[in-house]
Write a protein that binds this ligand. Structure first.
Ligand code: HEM
Length: 360
């Protein structure tokens, strides 16, 4: 049986941009090449190590802001602040720019990312229900076209800026092999431009593909409660015959609450994952799939796990989080294709005594 194809929402919606480049067979050689670049070069171990200082600096900025808010007795929208942290890390890794600074360009980038996040986070009937394929019931089509024009000019200006900086470096260099010096700190756009300019590469990356790559890394990435897959051949699942080219929805939300796999599934017991019951979250245990599984699984898993563990650890170590309006957190979920809280989590960070010492 084979379920390698994923008619991803991003691919379907955002890559109307660069569509000609992305209209390869979902698991064709070009797609493989791009995924491989993503796994090995853009989000691979060595690159992540190089960006350690970016993660440390951004987490420190976040903690200092929380300390300041706590001292002023102000409440914070935790989801929003953590989203800003994640976006700053990703946007600095991608194009050496923070997206929460006050200058106009960074502000534009942020607004666009937010807009892409809103569009990709909503359930679009066109993506999931075949007979709605050509009907723009929710008006997403129009919104996407507008965003597409703004995104294209933003991507062009990012690329031009990088190309100019690279040209300056190259001209100032003494080496004859044309390579940029070691001191040139490459971000993900530079890595992509290197691959695009590499004539010996097994496949050539086009400019449109580079732009599309930037957009996948830039989008807000809330985890999805439902994955989609498309069967590539006849198969049988649990006694059901699945013909080829059938779109299937995998309800990971329901699997995570299934009493056949989880004892007291509705209880929050983080200790169930400790000791001998350690469960792999990278797609080997099919009853817990936060990053998906198989060939279409999330290439950002290592980055996400590094940031989540460090951020959560320091948040707990430095602060006591006082929930505003009540003792317990309202975990109700908002309707949508991505898992968001219905009511934002508002807290006042109360600094622990060691907090100031840790942050100097
Ligand atoms: C907590 C953080 C994250 C979670 C929970 C998450 C979760 C997911 C999930 C569930 C999928 C679909 C997998 C499947 O269908 O099997 C996915 C795909 C993807 N994710 Fe993430 N992700 C996270 C962070 C990131 C980051 C930081 C990046 C990049 C910087 C990223 C880039 C991608 C890309 C490019 C895909 C599409 C892969 C493909 O189509 O082959 N993700 N992610």
């Amino acid at each position: 049986m084979s379920f390698c194809n994923r008619p991803s929402t991003v691919a379907v919606r955002c890559l109307t941009y660069g569509a000609s480049d992305f209209s390869f067979a979902p698991y064709g050689p070009y797609w493989k090449f791009m995924k491989q670049i993503c796994m090995s070069q853009l989000l691979g171990g060595q690159t992540l190590d190089r960006f350690l200082d970016v993660r440390q600096e951004e987490i420190e900025i976040f903690l200092k802001l929380m300390l300041q808010k706590g001292q002023e007795g102000k409440e914070v929208n935790l989801g929003e602040e953590l989203m800003t942290l994640a976006n700053n890390i990703i946007s600095r890794m991608t194009m050496s720019k923070r997206c929460s600074t006050t200058d106009d360009e960074a502000g534009d980038v942020r607004k666009l990312i937010e807009e892409v996040g809103v569009i990709t986070g909503k359930f679009n009937f066109q993506d999931y229900i075949r007979f709605c394929k050509n009907i723009d019931v929710q008006g997403f089509g129009k919104r996407i076209k507008k965003v597409q024009v703004r995104l294209d000019s933003m991507m062009e200006s990012i690329l031009k800026e990088h190309e100019e900086a690279r040209m300056k470096k190259k001209n100032g260099k003494t080496s004859e092999n044309g390579e940029l010096g070691d001191d040139f700190s490459k971000d993900l756009v530079d890595i992509l431009l290197d691959i695009m300019e590499d004539e010996s590469s097994e496949m050539r990356l086009s400019r449109e593909s580079v732009k599309a790559f930037i957009l996948e890394t830039l989008r807000l990435h809330p985890s999805g409660p439902v994955f989609t897959r498309e069967s590539t051949q006849d198969c049988n699942i649990g006694g059901y015959h699945i013909p080829p080219n059938t779109r299937l929805l995998v309800n990971v939300w329901a699997i995570g609450r299934d009493p056949n796999y989880w004892e007291n599934p509705m209880e929050f017991q983080p200790e169930r994952f400790m000791g001998s019951s350690v469960i792999d979250v990278r797609g080997q245990h099919y009853h817990l799939l936060p990053f998906g599984s198989g060939r279409r699984s999330c290439p950002g898993t290592s980055l996400a796990l590094q940031v989540i563990h460090t951020t959560l650890g320091s948040m707990i170590q430095c602060f006591d989080w006082k929930v505003v309006n009540g003792e317990s957190v309202d975990m109700s979920e908002a309707a949508g294709i991505s898992l968001l809280m219905e009511k934002p989590l508002m807290c006042v960070p109360v600094a622990r005594s060691q907090c100031k010492e840790i942050m100097g």
